[in-house]
Design a protein around this ligand. Sequence first.
Ligand SMILES: [Ca+2]
Ligand SMILES: [Ca+2]
Ligand SMILES: [Ca+2]
Length: 95
Amino acid sequence: MTTHAVWLRKAPCAYLFDRDHDGVGVGEERANKTNITNPDSDGDGLWDGPNRLINQVFHPGEWVNGTNPLSNDTDNDGLLDGLSNVTAGRKGEFN
Ligand SMILES: [Ca+2]
Ligand SMILES: [Ca+2]
Ligand SMILES: [Ca+2]
């Protein structure tokens, strides 16, 4: 009984819990091969999933910009994904 109750509590958490608060659950991060403890797996300034607003700080996400969370330069233009979206005048996509 106890074991069953613990399993019920832990199973959904293991999949849904978002350790790095990037809007992507641990199970989905594993499926995507992104880092479950780093909201910006490729270090390009865009977080792994959707746009996020945490403690009044806006974090643009890879999903919204159509960029790859595992490549810091999805379009191979020599600029980081976060930077090229700003310099390309697509900053509106961040809002
Ligand atoms: Ca996450
Ligand atoms: Ca990123
Ligand atoms: Ca990227």
